[in-house]
Design a protein around this ligand. Structure first.
Ligand SMILES: *Cc1c(COP(=O)(O)O)cnc(C)c1O
Length: 398
């Protein structure tokens, strides 16, 4: 009996990829071994985070970094750091920001469910611009002058949700924010690969950048990375770490937390609930090293043969299979199965549902299910799982 069965749960076949609701990415053997070894010793967390900071700084070409509990908490901590800097009184009052600037300007088309993590710090979002393309009412999206027009005495910073298609360009947004001495926090949680994004996003001058640790990096799913300006990372670290110490002993590494910039020792901050364990930090660092070294790149080839196997088995079904290769090195191809209308009442929706509630449960990618498309992400699949998936889809037509 497997460990999940022992606790009354049946593991699923995950054809959805590194999605959070199904447990994130699979951890590599080397990462798992590091996790287990790290769990056997004790270390001061601020020293471990300082080591992590140096490694993340090098990997991202930034001044400093912090391992957070997911990109979502990196957003909350990054926002908190911008709101308070090293001001201990402000740290203590979060999420209330009565007498200091608390507005973050964001392009209207970049609003999304993850911005709750920004608001959780106490910040208020101020939306600017329109997405006239989405509304089919024009040709423009938010423009940089609209950010500038929204800046006022209560503005604390700018939030930007990065993708290769995000408009206006991040660099232009950074320039206009910096002209007004305002920092920019970037959500780039799922923007790896390409590996080059580790450095190129911060290279725009953005002050803080958040990445997920449990997506393409394949670290523990509860990890993330916040990287950027040293003092902001120091403030974020202060607001996350456990602060139960005597001032007389407390001596955090100076390259992570600059004690000369404040008096005293803060109490537990707004991020204390977002703690990251020593073994999670080590596993994330090992996974980051693997990701950077290209250790996962070879899996794209195996992934392709797995997807080909599924499409061959479905040749006599009323579906059209196509394997979509992503252009970024290290990205896995995706199998797109378009269900034709002339079938026995089966649609992408009914098949997706049937597989999910069958035995074993199979979770297909559902992002395009309403357009009649089933998606197979090979990240978690082996040949055996591929056979089961193909067989079960096939059964829906026989
Ligand atoms: C996944 C994701 C997040 C959250 O990342 P976690 O590491 O799961 O906390 C935030 N923003 C965007 C755009 C994402 O895709």
């Amino acid at each position: 009996m497997g460990i999940y069965q022992e606790f009354g749960i049946t593991p699923i076949i995950n054809a959805s990829g590194a999605v959070t609701r199904l447990g994130g990415a699979p951890m590599n053997q080397e990462t798992l071994a590091a996790f287990t070894e790290a769990a056997r010793a004790s270390v001061p967390l601020e020293q471990l985070q300082a080591s992590a900071s140096r490694i993340i700084a090098e990997a991202t070409a930034t001044e400093a970094g912090l391992v957070t509990s997911g990109a979502a908490s990196a957003l909350t901590l990054g926002t908190a750091a911008i709101l308070t800097g090293y001001n201990l009184k402000r740290m203590e009052t979060l999420p209330h920001c009565q007498d200091f600037p608390d507005q973050f300007v964001i392009a209207r088309q970049q609003r999304n469910g993850y911005d709750h993590a920004i608001r959780a710090s106490g910040a208020h979002l101020v939306e600017v611009g329109f997405d006239e393309i989405a509304a089919n009412a024009g040709v423009r999206q938010t423009e940089t002058w609209e950010y500038e027009a929204a800046f006022n005495a209560y503005t604390a910073g700018v939030v930007y949700v990065y993708s290769s298609k995000s408009k206006p360009d991040l660099r232009k947004v950074v320039d206009i924010a910096h002209k007004h001495h305002l920092p920019v926090l970037v959500d780039a949680a799922a923007e790896l690969p390409p590996k080059s994004n580790l450095k190129s996003i911060a290279a725009t001058g953005a002050d803080l950048v958040a990445f997920s640790g449990g997506k393409a990096i394949r670290g523990p799913q509860s990890t993330g990375i916040l990287c950027g300006k040293r003092d902001l990372i120091g403030s974020a670290a202060l607001q996350m770490l456990d602060m139960d110490d005597h001032l007389e002993f407390w001596d955090p590494p100076a390259d992570l937390i600059d004690r000369t910039k404040f008096e005293g020792i803060p109490r537990h901050g707004i991020g204390r609930g977002f703690k990251v364990s020593k073994e999670e930090i080590i596993a994330l660092l090992v996974a980051l090293r693997l990701f950077i070294s290209g250790a996962y790149d070879a899996s794209a080839l195996t992934a392709r043969s797995i997807l080909e196997k599924i499409s061959q088995r479905l040749q006599d079904c009323p579906v059209q299979c196509s394997i979509r290769d992503k252009k970024d090195k290290g990205s896995l191809p995706i199998l797109e199965i378009t269900v034709r209308e002339t079938t026995n009442g089966q649609t992408a929706m009914t098949i997706c549902r049937d597989l999910r509630y069958g035995n074993p449960p199979i979770y297909l990618g559902h992002a395009a299910v309403k357009e009649g498309k089933l998606l197979v992400n090979p990240l978690h699949l082996d040949q055996e799982a591929a056979e089961i998936i193909a067989e079960r889809i096939h059964q829906n037509f026989s």
